[in-house]
Design a binder for this molecule. Sequence first.
Ligand code: ADP
Length: 227
Amino acid sequence: MSVLVGQGLHKTFGVTPALRGVDIAVAAGEVLAVMGPSGAGKSTLLHCLAGILQPDSGEVIFEGRPVNRMPDRERSRLRRSVFGYVFQFGQLVPELRVLENIALPLLLAGKGRRAALAAAEQWLPRLGLQDVGQRLAGEVSGGQGQRAAIARALIAGPRVVFADEPTGSLDSVAADEVMELLVTAAKTEGAGVVVVTHEARVAAYADRQVTVRDGRIVLPASMSRAS
Ligand code: ADP
């Protein structure tokens, strides 16, 4: 059963076609890697699926409901609590502590500070962050920052996590660690993951891979992750 479907997605920036008719589906709890060279349209596809960008035509359907036709308020709710995001540089708030960054989605959803921080605290050991929870986010390593971004993406119990080159700024050891933790934590929470990457090493963590080239999916290759 697909949790998220993109149908006939087209998106053009000025005269540059970024998506030229993409059909894609993510099953509940599935980790899907979107591969392809730079400029292929991977980020545009991710942003369309995530409700951040409106496609020119085509439909994004979440749990059977078209996202493009939802009222703004509902689409915001989707973006805030049903979807989670991990970007290349984590985009943590550097002046806040790691723990506070992880708690942010709950605070924004109106949860009390004490309860939100207590919930964030639970995530620290799961991501090997128990020693850095009180540090300012701007002062931790790239790998630690990305692990905090994963906790922040998952804390509100999303159905789908969107990760855009989540290991793009990390060395290969930290990248492996981050992918392992992202996949394990998402699977434990029952969240699907769409991960955009141009690295086969990162895509190998996915249950399935698709390749985008010139705005189209060219190689829907099925693959099982070796465990
Ligand atoms: P990828 O993530 O695979 O590197 P993108 O989705 O970022 O590819 O880009 C696909 C194409 O769309 C590229 O030609 C890129 O230059 C163009 N593009 C993406 N975003 C914008 C934008 N905001 N404005 C103009 N062109 C864009």
